[in-house]
Design a protein around this ligand. Structure first.
Ligand code: TXA
Ligand code: MG
Length: 522
């Protein structure tokens, strides 16, 4: 099929209206995003929309009208709240859901007994609906799953050859789809946030709820109030990860990731390839530019994208709602510094991995160093140790390390006692010096209970025989001594069971393993 590209001229709108009236498909601009329209009362025409988009048949469409009163024949009843909302926000970026009348077919409602109705503010959209002489069913004019089109060129990219015509009406004013609110249940509930915010709606009809899926995503067994919420959405080809951080931390994080792209705000100082989506404190600008930015990242060939988190209030809720879906709900939280834990039994090669991670740019916190530091300038700690192990461990108020070691390692019980006192202090010190995503290199990670502080844990393990050989060679000790040390630690199974990633270090190329793991964590 050859797709006509039409203008907003009188002639072209009349032509487009005729195409719709005859059961054809026309894409058209609205103030939110471009829509893909068909006669809402013609089931055969509506079916073509699902086919052109590749849209699942249980995901209902919004019916667009050009005058407020046109909602009346589509619904069972215009309730008082519906009347108030349509008076306040029609025409505009709001869609209301009500029980449907017999006039509305099952294809357009995706088999539900409700219908979604919206009266766009965009002049071209309303002229087209008038010219068609029927209500117009229209989802966003993108291929199902891709970002909604905010410019005619993206509609052309997705729909050329699949539909009869596209009206080029320039860029969309808001850039995110309409707010969808259902009035069919007991409490009005926002199913999709948009430019008409919760606060604006509450000012008109009082308390409304926001569906849980709007900001959190759906559990496997949950039933979607709005079928559109359960599908993967707005997803570019690139993998997107949201970074929850302030400007500076975000900049440092992204600039250290050589192969990544940034989806950031204007003015962010970024040294990797970037696309901006609006200004930091201007949610309308973010909404307007987000989908365009996602499509541009694909055009640039981005594989991995780190997006700066928007505010989630006002129209920001709509921006965040689209972005977390584009990111498949992947968020890195850099607000609290957290560690990537690195551990493993003696002789497995943790030290090598640690040095390699440092070489490729990770900030390493060497816990041994912090154990030593913990004892320095820490009278409180020395006092507690003296209470526990006797004043003998102090000489002129200074710690006699040898004496402490003798006592503390004389029994398992004493060792544990010492650890219980010292480990929390070491972790606290490490936390103080941590940057987000620092690697905490700690042979006693689990013994210290530091796994709680770790975002992900990597264990380095190796065959028992390989380890034994390494320890004897490295530390110049006997086989018996080496075995005693190995036996005092957790076994291999324990490390495997309690880690997110395991590096096997029996002489294979572990750098490939390390790189792959770090890529996955990031
Ligand atoms: O701004 C917009 O609303 C754009 C422009 C073209 O008007 N349209 C749009 O349509 O975004 P679409 O189909 O991409 O999104 C409609 C959303 C879907 O999530 C759908 O599941 C939900 O509205 N929806 C439609 N009818 C519904 C109903 N009866 N009950 C619950 N959810 C419904
Ligand atoms: Mg859509």
């Amino acid at each position: 099929m050859k797709t006509k590209i039409l203008s907003t001229s009188e002639y072209d709108i009349a032509l487009a209206g005729e195409i719709l009236a005859k059961g054809g498909l026309v894409a058209f601009p609205t103030e939110t995003v471009y829509g893909l329209g068909a006669d809402a009362l013609n089931e055969e025409a509506v079916k073509k929309i699902y086919a052109a988009k590749g849209r699942p048949g249980d995901n209902p469409l919004i019916v667009h009208i050009s005058e407020r009163e046109e909602i009346i024949p589509l619904v069972k009843e215009v309730t008082p709240k519906a009347k108030a909302l349509t008076e306040a926000f029609f025409p505009g970026p709001l869609t209301v859901i009500l029980p449907k009348s017999k006039k509305v077919g099952n294809v357009v409602s995706g088999g539900l007994d409700t219908v979604a109705v919206r009266m766009p503010e965009n002049e071209t959209a309303r002229r087209l609906i008038k010219a068609a002489g029927c209500p117009v069913a229209a989802p966003s004019a993108n291929t199902s799953g891709l970002p909604s089109p905010t410019k005619a060129k993206y509609v052309i990219d997705d729909m050329s050859g699949k539909i009869d015509a596209i009206i080029d009406g320039g860029d969309c004013k808001f850039g995110v789809e309409s707010t969808v609110i259902t009035l069919a249940g007991d409490t009005p509930t926002i199913l999709r946030p948009g430019a008409i915010t919760k606060e604006m709606i509450e000012a008109v009809i009082g308390r409304v709820e926001v569906a849980k899926a709007v900001l959190e995503g759906m559990g496997k067994d949950e039933v979607a109030a709005s079928p559109g919420m359960k599908y993967k959405h707005y997803a570019p080809k690139a993998q997107v990860v949201i970074v929850d951080a302030d400007k500076k931390v975000y900049e440092d994080f992204v600039n250290a990731r050589k192969n990544a792209f940034a989806l950031c705000f204007e003015g962010d100082e970024i040294t990797v390839p970037k696309v901006t989506y609006g200004k930091e404190n201007d949610d309308l600008s973010q909404a307007r530019e987000l989908f365009d930015a996602l499509r541009r990242l694909d055009e640039m060939g981005a594989k991995k994208v780190y997006a700066r988190i928007p505010h989630t209030t006002g129209v920001g809720m709509a921006v965040y709602n689209r972005l977390i879906r584009a990111a498949a709900f992947k968020i890195i939280d850099l607000r609290k510094p957290f560690f990537i834990g690195l551990t493993g039994p003696t002789g497995a090669g943790k030290g090598y991995v640690s040095r390699y991670l440092s070489k490729i740019g990770f900030h390493i916190l060497d816990s041994d160093k912090y154990v030593r530091k913990t004892y320095e300038n820490n009278p409180g700690l020395l006092k507690r140790l003296a209470e526990e192990f006797g004043n003998d461990i102090l000489v002129n108020g200074m710690l006699d390390r040898k004496r402490l070691a003798q006592i503390a390692f004389s029994s398992k019980e004493n060792t544990e006692k010492l650890n219980r006192i010292v480990h929390p202090e070491v972790i606290a010190l490490c936390e103080k010096e941590a940057k987000p995503l620092s690697v905490l290199d700690a042979s006693q990670l689990f013994e210290a209970g530091a796994q709680e502080k770790c975002y992900k844990i990597i264990s380095v393990i190796a065959d028992w025989k390989t380890r034994l050989k390494r320890i004897i060679k490295r530390d110049g000790i006997t086989k018996e001594q080496a075995l005693a040390r190995m036996n005092a630690q957790f076994d291999e199974e324990y490390y495997i069971k309690n880690s997110d990633f395991v590096i096997y270090n029996n002489g294979e190329d572990i750098e490939i393993q390390i790189k792959k793991i770090m890529e996955e964590i990031l």
